[in-house]
Design a protein. Structure first.
Length: 272
């Protein structure tokens, strides 16, 4: 195949002539001029199978050849018609007024020029195909909007549920707000005041009823009740000699205090 190199406003446009004298345009070059970012996808989507093929052209180094995707004249016009760039019409004029006459002048391109009727028919066909593509994109947009509306409905539902949870938590937070420290923890002393007992009796009740256990002379909550957010701790710096260590100080969370208040009301939690 013979390769001819044309230049359109500083961009190379390669044309390969097959053995029958038909021109095949390197798709990558055409897409570059018409503003298509992904030549492979565009050619696959817009150009008909009979309008494209692989052709072999010299590699820039000249030592070997590479195969590239090329399109015939019909495929070329389809890409021109579907391009959104304003320069597409100028490129089409350049092809019909400069490139094709140049190819015919060399004798490599033997086809007779298309008549006005043939050109109008070709453009009309491409226009119909373009309109179909526009309708397809519009339908995709409609479906996308429907999905977005469904997502919006779900988001609105979730937000509504969140507001319900906030409304449910608000009285509980306000109820114990004066007892909660900066870490969001209620001390056993303050919790015992709410439960009508003393801190020592309260901790003993936690141990006896298996909410806490003794370790190293300290009462520590079981992990499962920590995971349920009934208990929490904060680290308190303690000076021992020249060293300062952080010791855990356990307490109840607002949810934890509410839990034991309800348990006490029902008789399921007893402080002796």
């Amino acid at each position: 195949m013979d390769l001819t190199l044309f230049n359109y406003h500083g961009k190379d446009v390669r044309v390969v002539m097959d053995k029958d004298g038909n021109p095949w345009w390197v798709a990558k070059d055409v897409c570059g001029v018409l503003g298509y970012a992904n030549p492979r996808d565009v050619v696959k989507r817009l150009v008909r199978p009979q309008q494209k093929r692989g052709v072999w052209i010299p590699y820039p180094s000249g030592n070997t050849e590479i195969e590239v995707k090329a399109i015939n004249e019909g495929g070329l016009y389809r890409l021109i018609m579907k391009s959104s760039k304003k320069e597409a019409i100028d490129f089409q004029d350049w092809v019909t007024d400069t490139v094709l006459p140049s190819i015919r002048k060399t004798g490599s391109y033997q086809h007779e020029p298309k008549s006005n009727t043939e050109l109008i028919a070709m453009l009309a066909t491409n226009a119909v195909e373009h309109e179909k593509e526009v309708k397809r994109i519009a339908n995709v947009q409609v479906e996308t909007n429907k999905r977005v509306d469904k997502v919006d409905d779900k988001v609105e539902y979730v937000n509504h549920k969140l507001e319900e949870v906030k409304s449910d938590l608000a009285p509980r937070v306000e109820k114990y707000e004066k007892f909660v420290n900066a870490d969001g923890i209620i001390s056993y002393k303050d919790a015992s005041t709410v439960l009508g007992t003393g801190p020592i009796k309260l901790v003993r009740a936690f141990v006896l009823q298996k909410y806490m256990f003794r370790r190293g002379g300290k009462s520590v909550p079981y992990q499962k009740y920590i995971d349920k957010k009934l208990f929490d701790c904060r680290l308190v710096p303690v000076q021992i000699g020249r060293e300062t260590i952080n010791k855990p100080q356990w307490g109840l969370t607002p949810d934890g205090l509410d839990y034991f208040v309800e348990k006490a009301k029902s008789g399921a939690f007893e402080v002796r």
